[in-house]
Design a protein around this ligand. Structure first.
Ligand code: PLP
Length: 506
């Protein structure tokens, strides 16, 4: 259980800790002429800044870091998201001055090492996925999807096949898939799953026609199962002239075992912040490289890194769909993923996935009598999806189980996803956890299952030990209250859209 409980924590905000005149540092006298300030009309009348000593400042930020749930402190089985350990060696490499003190506009001749890292990462990802054309610049999985779908559209247009405007997407897909397809100007048509959680191949055949631009598929599916019809599926799409897109955000079940390209996929993206051990979520930024077959390479976004005469340089593919962002992507993240791949080696890749799969199946087998499996009778890949419908019938939902896990120091699994599973709890232990941690998690889940039977109210009021218990999640997203105010009063709820500061406008 967390030692940083609400009781032991000074929860005052930074501004409320301020004492006039206290300093954490003093600036030296300027040794250059002081530039005049802009006119008074351009200056704020009032600028309240916190005044604290260095120790107070260090304590405040240390406290914040401890309130943050993290993979470095606790088990974090967030399905689909692959919250695996981020090796500290990755950070050390990314901090090397030759990699951290460079600028993207620097002359290429002066940053050959950095370009070589990008080139070799492209090559490694191409080898791991069997899709040799790689552009590293997408800043998230969703941007990688968008880039990949632009490539699909560019391919059909290049053949003057202009009526291909439909993206077929399974009903189990991650929400970013239909969103990216819509942003790329494609019409989304949903394909149903069968009773085993696989693609319903008969239904798929009925949807495929001369308007099919691309079929987007997550493999293993979002219920953690490998679809045994995959070769039939990719052939069906190809026979109809369409392309097949793999949502490879999470490759943790496939490394070294099979390759997307060999299964017939034409395009994919992969999240370095999932499979390749770079920081995730609040620890971001992310990186979602887009990967394509040889035939589609010329449509990739710009820039890609090429090698000629042992020189590395940035280049624009011949029929590129264009530039996705200012520079070349999240370079520091690319260095971390490269370090991870080089540390593990290609042999290590296979071990990663084998262990991830064993860990998920160990949890499946040990918990399947306490929680219903979403799809019984099959082995899981890297994650296992339970349904808390049994617990729900006793009065405790998947949400309540998840909230109770926080009391026991475990991050909740992914909940209510995929949408086709009622009361879904999607558990992904990853390969980096020990058997002792898995056993502890299993014991906690069993205990919660008993509580759901005997004292469901304990689950319904959880978590009991955090600074805040249950938040109004809609209000937290729609009307965030992000600024300190002298009176300490949150602005009144307003109908301002998400991300807009609804209160204090100075
Ligand atoms: C995480 C994830 C995404 C989106 O990746 P982001 O980096 O969050 O944009 C897409 N598909 C699947 C299956 C995922 O798990």
């Amino acid at each position: 259980m967390s030692q940083f409980t609400a009781r032991s924590v000074d929860r005052r905000l930074l501004m409320d800790r301020s004492v006039a005149g206290r300093r954490a540092m003093r600036l030296p006298q300027p040794d250059v002429p002081v530039a005049p300030l802009p006119g008074a009309s351009m200056l704020r009348k009032e600028l309240e800044l916190p005044e604290l000593s260095e120790l107070e400042l260090v304590r405040y930020f240390s406290l914040l870091s401890q309130l943050n749930f993290s993979i470095d402190t606790n088990f974090y089985p967030l399905g689909s998201c692959t919250m695996k350990y981020n090796p500290k060696l990755n950070d050390e490499m990314a901090s090397l001055p030759g990699l951290s003190d460079i600028h993207p506009l620097q002359d290429g001749a002066t940053v050959q090492g950095a370009l070589r890292i990008m080139f070799e990462l492209q090559e490694a990802l191409g080898e791991i996925t069997g899709l040799p054309g790689v552009c590293l610049s997408p800043l998230a999985g969703a941007q990688g999807e968008y880039a990949g779908l632009l490539v699909a559209r560019a391919y059909h247009r290049s053949r003057n096949d202009l009526k291909r405007t439909v993206a077929l997407i399974p009903d189990s897909a991650h929400g970013t898939n239909p969103a990216s397809a819509a942003m790329a100007g494609l019409e989304v048509v949903t394909v149903p799953s069968d009773k085993n959680g696989n693609i319903d191949v008969q239904a798929l055949r009925q949807h495929v026609d001369e308007r099919t631009a691309v079929f987007m598929l997550t493999l293993p599916s979002t219920v953690g199962l490998f679809d045994p019809s995959i070769l039939e599926i990719t052939k069906t799409i190809h026979d109809a002239g369409g392309l097949v897109y793999a949502d490879g955000a999470n490759l943790n079940a496939l490394l070294g075992l099979t390759r997307l390209g060999d299964l017939g996929f034409d395009i994919a993206h992969s999240n370095l912040h999932k499979t390749f051990s770079t920081p995730h979520g609040g620890g971001g930024p992310g990186a979602g490289p887009v990967l394509v077959s040889e035939a589609l390479r010329r449509f990739l976004p710009t820039p890609v890194v090429q090698r000629a005469d042992n020189q590395y340089r940035l280049a624009a593919p011949a029929d590129s769909v264009g530039r996705l962002n200012g520079f070349h992507g999240s370079f520091g993240i690319l260095v971390r993923a490269y370090t991870y791949i080089r540390t593990m080696g290609l042999e290590g890749m296979r071990q990663i996935s084998e262990n991830a799969i064993i860990n998920a199946n160990y949890i499946q087998v040990r918990l399947k009598s306490d929680y219903d499996l979403a799809f019984a009778g099959r082995y899981s890949m890297h994650e296992v999806v339970f349904s808390a419908r049994k617990q729900k019938a006793k009065g405790a939902s998947a949400l309540d189980v998840a909230k109770r896990l926080i009391d026991y120091g475990v991050h909740p699994p992914t909940m209510y996803f995929p949408l086709i599973v009622p009361e879904a709890l999607m558990v992904e232990p990853t390969e980096t956890e020990s058997k002792e941690t898995l056993d502890q998690f299993i014991a906690i889940m069993q205990k919660i299952a008993r509580e759901a039977e005997d004292t469901p109210e304990v689950l319904k009021s959880a978590p009991h030990d955090t600074p805040n218990s249950r938040l109004n999640e809609a209000a937290a997203a729609r009307t965030p209250y992000l600024r300190w105010r002298r009176d300490g009063v949150a602005p009144a709820q307003s109908s301002a859209p998400a991300g807009v500061d609804a209160g204090d406008r100075r």
